[in-house]
Design a protein around this ligand. Structure first.
Ligand code: PMV
Length: 306
């Protein structure tokens, strides 16, 4: 039977979430430990099988509105809008935890549909189609998730301006801790927008502070000294906290990581739940950090070598 398969990685925002929405630089890293795999095959009707729904795509619940949009835009782009397919999505990326699940799923769906029709989308097409899904999932997406899910390398990104893939020379380990609470990217992005309207001087100050920390981190990643990256991560967490983006579960894991010897710790992604990052020097320390986070109610952990 003819099938098309599409695979996409998760991502981690190392620094610059939220401020990236307002034109400041951010750094994101593809996270290959988790990924979305979509398989497309022939069918009499357009159906989807994933954790949220198994049946007609048109009957899918509201969470899949972005999927419906990306499927129809992709079919239209391919000139196949009259066709029907069976779309099976299998993903190890935890949903709503700041790991870019929605962008990766959309990306894998687009690639799988293209593959089914023996085609390969170019990066710009893939970005544009993924971004259709992101706009529905997030409201005002910076494009960072959609860009990094297309990329195989770390990305330095400024909305609408710069998209630079680069290699990290610095050696170190990032431990990812999942609070087990769903992040709420769209709500957090909207709430920050409202706070900015009410208190532009303070919020714009924090946005700029985060932008400078991303710049500094970019040069630190090209060097050999790990400690300053930890300092930037701590300062970024402080700014995000003052913006109102952190929450109790994130603060608890971040505090535990710092007490446990992390060089720095911060939330990652949209916030108000989701995941945090802790920086360590060696793999041994990273494994120890995973234990500390699990003892402090993390739902799961991962380690990423820089
Ligand atoms: O929660 P995630 O993985 O979708 O990351 C959101 C990142 C933000 O900067 C908060 C929003 C955006 O569009 O860049």
């Amino acid at each position: 039977m003819k099938t098309g398969i599409g695979i996409a990685n998760g991502k981690l925002i190392l620094i610059g979430e939220h401020s990236v929405v307002y034109g400041m630089p951010a750094i994101a890293i593809p996270f290959k430990e988790v990924r979305a795999i979509t398989t497309v095959s022939a069918s009499d009707s357009m159906t989807v099988n994933c954790i949220y729904h198994n049946g007609f795509l048109s009957d899918a619940p509201k969470q899949l509105e972005n999927l419906q949009a990306v499927v129809s835009a992709t079919m239209e782009r391919l000139g196949e809008s009259e066709q029907s397919l069976r779309i099976e999505i299998d993903s190890t990326i935890p949903v709503e935890r700041g790991m870019g699940s929605s962008a990766a799923v959309a990306n894998s769906v687009v690639k799988a549909i293209y593959a089914y029709y023996d085609q390969v989308p170019d990066d710009e097409t893939l970005f544009e189609l993924t971004q259709i899904s992101e706009a529905i999932a997030h409201g005002n997406p910076s494009g960072l998730d959609a860009r990094v899910t297309v990329s195989d390398r770390p990305l330095y990104y400024i909305r609408g301006k710069t998209m630079e893939a680069f290699d990290i020379h610095l050696k170190g380990y990032i431990v990812v801790g999942d609070t087990g609470e769903n992040g709420q990217t769209m709500l957090a992005v909207n709430a920050l927008g409202e706070r900015r309207k009410m208190d532009p001087a303070v919020i714009d100050g924090l946005i700029h502070e985060l932008g400078e920390l991303s710049e500094r981190s970019k040069s630190i990643l090209a060097g050999e000294d790990l400690e300053p990256l930890g300092v930037c991560m701590d300062l970024a967490q402080d700014a995000l906290s003052r913006m109102g983006i952190s929450n109790g579960a994130l603060d608890h894991l971040i505090e535990a990581a710092r007490i446990g010897g992390a060089l720095g710790a911060k939330l990652t992604g949209g916030g108000w739940g989701g995941c945090m990052l802790a920086l360590t020097k060696s793999l041994g320390e990273a494994r120890q950090m995973e234990k500390i986070l699990m003892q402090n109610n993390a739902k799961q952990t991962w380690v990423l070598a820089l």
